[in-house]
Ligand binder design. Structure first.
Ligand code: SF4
Length: 251
């Protein structure tokens, strides 16, 4: 028995004590910073390397809704583009995911644009149904990890549930293929109002590397208000957790 206790003690804390301030490795690719001195030639060079056309050739901005965080642009221009390890990337407006040269403020949710009923109804608990709409199982795995013993988003009353009828909202991963467009609609219809929609990962937000292909049918996204955009490829559990907590208005 004493031996087991010693082993447990040697393992230390197995969970993230503070999900809001937990630091991550310097190697993590989070919020990019683009030098305000980047030249047009350098922007064109970086845009030419970007596999998902996330870099605006005119402005030099990076669209985090498209970016797959491959860091090719930063490798090519290390003095002009770098990725910080700031994982708090979730926003409520799509346009907030555009990072312009010279921008240095952190990405935070603008509460003025959060639907009032979300904070009124779900501050204490939120049940979500995850739907993989042709996802590659990467963001899906990270979302599952957000509920494991390490991250334990359940401590805030947030849980994934098996049935959309028990859910307050859906978390969509994957680029939404034609084949998944109808199941996605059926899932959404089964959820009671006010029906929160969260897009998790670059595939869900923009189509990712599949953007523009005929195999996708993203018409669902044009019909409804999106409550939260969570960038990443895949999404880090802390990015998802902090985005959801911000949406709920939890400090
Ligand atoms: S890190 Fe993002 S913006 Fe840079 S090349 Fe890769 S996908 Fe494009």
């Amino acid at each position: 028995m004493l031996r087991e206790i010693k082993v447990l003690k040697s393992h230390g804390s197995q969970y993230v004590k503070d999900l809001r301030t937990q630091s991550v490795s310097e190697l993590f690719r989070g919020l990019p910073v683009i030098s305000e001195n980047i030249t047009h030639e350098e922007i064109v060079k970086a845009a030419g390397l970007c596999p998902v056309m996330a870099i605006d050739e005119r402005k030099g901005s990076v669209d985090l809704g498209k970016c797959i965080f491959c860091r090719e642009c930063a490798f090519a221009l290390p003095d002009k583009i770098r990725f910080t390890n700031d994982y708090r990337l979730a926003v409520v407006r799509r346009e907030d995911l555009i990072i312009n040269p010279g921008a240095c403020s952190p990405l935070r949710i603008d509460k003025a644009h959060v639907r009032k009923e979300i904070r009124r109804m779900f501050r204490g608990a939120l049940k979500l149904r995850q739907i993989s709409a042709a996802g590659d199982n990467s963001s899906e795995t990270e979302l599952a990890a957000s509920g494991n013993v390490n991250f334990d988003i359940g401590r805030y009353g947030v849980e994934f549930v098996a049935s959309p009828r028990h859910a307050d909202g859906i978390v969509i991963t994957g680029p939404i293929s034609e084949n998944m467009s109808e199941p996605l609609q059926i899932c959404y219809d089964a959820i009671p109002e006010p029906k929160i929609i969260i897009l998790a990962g670059s595939d869900a937000i923009s189509g990712g590397i599949f953007e523009g292909t005929p195999a996708l049918n993203r018409s669902f996204l044009k019909k409804y208000h999106i409550d939260l955009y969570v960038p990443g490829n895949p999404v880090h559990p802390l990015t998802f957790i902090n985005g959801v907590l911000d949406l709920m208005g939890i400090k």
